[in-house]
Structure formats: structure tokens, C-alpha cells
Design a protein around this ligand. Structure first.
Ligand SMILES: Nc1ncnc2c1ncn2[C@@H]1O[C@H](COP(=O)(O)OP(=O)(O)OP(=O)(O)O)[C@@H](O)[C@H]1O
Length: 284
């Protein structure tokens, strides 16, 4: 079910999708856990992917980057700028990862090497994909760390990930993901593991990045409709490995069509609503 795409895709740039996904499937342990996902993502577009736990959101994101767990098999088609990615040899696929499509995860620590200094990790994609010399990549890493909010990036480059807080590590992961200016950023629950105030900071940073010049198209995976609504102009709802609804954010919230969307909206609204009078505890 897809509504109001014209409202979401404005401007000529969006006429040429940067990412085209058709009939994407993922099979794992004899089960089809992603079952025929179709969507197109325009340049600079901000799209949410929401759905209950186990609906196939993460595996969809991982399939786009060729990062599926061992034993999983992807089928269908994923085209980046018109080039088919599924079935490419790993060496060619790796050229897209980080350079054209990047990803950040819920647990930033898992994406970072705990024993390698932050500066080297942020510089690594620039050296590999852009061929920058060590000193140039180091300078660019400092710039990226400033861009993601480190007030003292010269100090940050010398730290190893365990010396940083959870929010700082997520900023480093974002700096790494954005270092090569990818055209698509897949963010899989990037704020879920963080404290509420840090979540808000990272969301504000993502909004700032998405508002910037040359912003990557954003595929923002979350189980939290309220978070998606802050950042995205449209969202796709996943259920049992398929997209059951895709619409502009305002339509999804005002007039959800699929029972799964109705449930997500109702649960988001019930969390927002202030307690009713009779539910308030008496204070003596
Ligand atoms: N490594 C794995 N091995 C076996 N099954 C897996 C693996 N990863 C995911 N699955 C299964 O595939 C299905 C889809 O998982 P996926 O992680 O994509 O869901 P999700 O919507 O991202 O959920 P969550 O919000 O909990 O991360 C689920 O049934 C899950 O149990």
C-alpha cells in the first residue's frame, strides 16, 4: 500500500532514485525473513522504516550493504545509481560500502575496533576509498569529528572507543559512516541504546546532517514511530518481512491504513498522552 508519493518526492533530483530495491528477499535458516521488499529512495530523501521487532527491518538494511549474517541469502534486486549490487563479487561490493552506501548501528561499539584510535578509524575509509595520504586523511578525520559535534576533535582522534561515552561513540560511528560523503546512509536504531538526553542529541545531529548541503539519502530504521516522525518525511511499515504501508509521515499518523500501522500509531500516541486525572497518584 503506497500513498502520496508525489508529496514526498519533490524536485527533479528525486525523479532519479539513488537506490532502487525490487523484490528483495532474505532467506535465513530455511525461512524467508524478508519477503519481496520494493522501494525507491530519492537523493537526499529521508525515509523511515518502522515495524515491530522481528519484522525484517535490520535484515533489509543489512542486505542493501551486503552485510547479511553468515548463512543468509539475498534475492531480488538492489540497484545503486542504476548498478545492480546483488550478485557482485565481494571485492566490487566492498567498493560501494562506506563510499556510496554507509550504515550506522544501534551498538556503535560493535562497528568500532576498541583497540584502534578513533582518528585512524575515521580516516580509514578515506584512505581506502578516496586514496588520501595518511596526513590528509588524519586532517579530514579531525574535520569530520568536529562536524559530528566533538568540541576538541584533536583530542578525540587520540582516544580509543572504550574511553568514550555511548553518545560519543555513536558520533564517531557517524563520522566514519559519513567520511566519504556516501549518497545513502542506513541508520539502524542509532539512538535506541542511548540515554534519553543523549538520544535527543544524536537525533538533533542526524537532523542537522540531513538538512546540510549534499546530505545523504537517509533510511532510518526504528521501532519508534515518534523518533521516525521527527526525522523523516515518509515511512514504510514492515510486518512479517514485507512492506505493508508506505506513505508521507503526516498521512501515516493522521490516517493509518494497515492494522500494523494503526497499532504503531496508537502505541506512540499512548506514550505521548499525559496521565489521566484518575491515574495520577495522590501526593500527601
Ligand atoms: N542472525 C540471525 N540468525 C537467525 N535468525 C535471524 C538472524 N537475524 C535475524 N533473524 C530473524 O529474522 C527475522 C527478521 O529479523 P530483523 O533483525 O531483520 O528484524 P527487525 O525488524 O530488525 O527486529 P528488531 O527491531 O528486533 O531488530 C526475525 O525473525 C529474526 O529472528
Amino acid at each position: 500500500m503506497e500513498r502520496g508519493q508525489a508529496c514526498v518526492a519533490t524536485g527533479a533530483e528525486h525523479d532519479r532514485p539513488v537506490l532502487e530495491v525490487e523484490g528483495l528477499t532474505v532467506e535465513l535458516g530455511g525461512r524467508r525473513v524478508v519477503d519481496g521488499v520494493d522501494f525507491r529512495l530519492g537523493r537526499g530523501e529521508r525515509r523511515g522504516v518502522i515495524g515491530e521487532s522481528g519484522s525484517g527491518k535490520s535484515l533489509t538494511g543489512l542486505a542493501l550493504l551486503g552485510l547479511l549474517p553468515t548463512g543468509a541469502r539475498a534475492g531480488g534486486s538492489v540497484r545503486f545509481d542504476g548498478e545492480e549490487l546483488l550478485g557482485l563479487p565481494e571485492s566490487r561490493r566492498a567498493q560501494f560500502r562506506g563510499a556510496s552506501i554507509a550504515m550506522v548501528f544501534q551498538d556503535a561499539l560493535s562497528a568500532l575496533n576498541p583497540l584502534v584510535r578513533v582518528g585512524r578509524q575515521v580516516a580509514e575509509p578515506l584512505r581506502r576509498h578516496r586514496g588520501l595520504a595518511r596526513s590528509e586523511a588524519h586532517a579530514a578525520a579531525i574535520e569530520m569529528l568536529a562536524r559530528v559535534g566533538f568540541s576538541d576533535p584533536e583530542r578525540a582522534v587520540r582516544c580509543c572507543p572504550p574511553q568514550l561515552s555511548g553518545g560519543q561513540r555513536q558520533r564517531v560511528a557517524l563520522a566514519m559512516a559519513l567520511a566519504c560523503r556516501p549518497a545513502v546512509l542506513v541508520a539502524d536504531e542509532p539512538t535506541t541504546a542511548l540515554d534519553v538526553t543523549v538520544q535527543a542529541d544524536i537525533l538533533a545531529l542526524l537532523t542537522d546532517i540531513a538538512d546540510g548541503d549534499d546530505a545523504p539519502a537517509l533510511l532510518f530504521i526504528s521501532h519508534d514511530l515518534a523518533v521516525v516522525a521527527q526525522l523523516c518525511s515518509s515511512a514504510m511499515v514492515m510486518h512479517n518481512g514485507t512492506i505493508v504501508e508506505h506513505a508521507p509521515m503526516t498521512d501515516l499518523i493522521r490516517a493509518p491504513q494497515h492494522p500494523q500501522t494503526v497499532e504503531l500509531v496508537e502505541s506512540a500516541l499512548s506514550l505521548e498522552a499525559p496521565p489521566r486525572h484518575h491515574e495520577r497518584k495522590a501526593v500527601s
